[in-house]
Design a protein around this ligand. Sequence first.
Ligand SMILES: [Zn+2]
Length: 492
Amino acid sequence: MKPFCKRMQRWKACKPSALYFIFFIYFFCLAFLLQLCPQQAHAAALAANLPPSFTLHSLGNGEGPTLLVIGGIQGDEPGGFSAASLLVTHYQINKGSIWVVPNLNFPSIISSTRGLHGDMNRKFASISSQDPEFETVRRVQELILDPKVDLVLNLHDGSGFYRHVHENRLRNPSRWGQCIVIDQEAIDPDLAQNPRFQNLHGIASRVADEVNTRLLQHPHLYNIKNTHTRNYDREMEKSLSYFAICAGKAAFGLEASKELPPGIRAYYHACLLEAFMREMGIEFTRKFQFSPQGVLTALNRDVSVRLYDNRTVLALDDARSVTSGYIPVRRGADVKIAVSNPLLAVLPGKKQWRVVYGNRTLTSFTPQYFDFDESLNTVELVVDGERISAKLGDMIQVRKSFVVESLSGYRVNAIGATEEVDGSECGVTLRREHFQNRFSLDRAGQVYRVEIYKDHAFCGMVLINFGRENSPMLSNNPLTARAESSSDSDGR
Ligand SMILES: [Zn+2]
């Protein structure tokens, strides 16, 4: 909850009326459009109808040099936005500050397109107030202009490999992959907001030198691409980084090659981000092993979505493409969602809801609409012979067996279990072999839902994990929380 509150405070502090206006328009449009949507709205169509929105995550204590990192300005460049999300989920900033926007063009990310309304990175010199991305561009421009921001990084995946001289079709001066882009050698002295970061070429050279010591293969070598925007490049004049440069802020485009798998691109972006942090004197610790595999694992472990204050929980590691059985959602209420990663979103449809993570759909499920009963917050279980008390929404590690202790007035439904007494699994000892594989959330058949009901109302669920030890991130510690409008109110 905390990062969300922080950024809410920031927005409230700087522009209260604009914030309320944006949220009002957001909910009004979403509610209206979802009414109009056909029952099986395609995710791209739905995303196209979503108003632009991004999240801002403030890391560090707000002191010292401040780095602004922007991912996802173009929706089909997962190396960049994945690395930006990794900063939010797996780094701790001990000195200095980082502001991260990991999902600038979130609707385009969800739709896996460069831009749903044209190229957002060409809208920074001028933008029509009628443009659907007007608010997004204005909000991020305000962030760039914030006096606290010293240096701006815009993360991309680019074609081929940039080289100063022509080597072949993929390695030549017109390519963009594996380079640090600058618009000019240095910030104009009379404009420079922070003279320490004025020499763009000098900074980029030191960063490239450091990243080039971490190459997986020599052909991945990083170079500096100076677009000399002011003199030669009418297109780059419209870009985010040139907007920053004109405001006297140091700004760099970071590019990983689209010829490389997205996980490797994220690895190179992480190398670049760490080198920039060191350059700025920002100190950090990371919570994963630094290697391409370590980056990939960090991005794909402990992914979860929590709805309605933890009462409905989906653990999404190795998720089935379609979740079996019905998932309880709240009748007639907005979807209150908390996610473990800012690139996660739930797209409600009338028949199917989809959970997307960046460019990918992780799973889709069939919602079942219930009234919710909030009289219960914990469940008593005996797990492998030991008595424990679990909060609703917890993931419980089970080696051999578990029993949900008797709950007077409530009914327990272990989804997919074949053993029951009088229509409830309350008081029944359950083992892995009692569950039908197809009802697990994961493809390996290890994670199952245990749902609690009172009469016809849904109270909440816990997850039972017969497999790998889960990390503390899955224990009621969501990264961000937000509200999204539900598509249905009549429970059909
Ligand atoms: Zn790009």
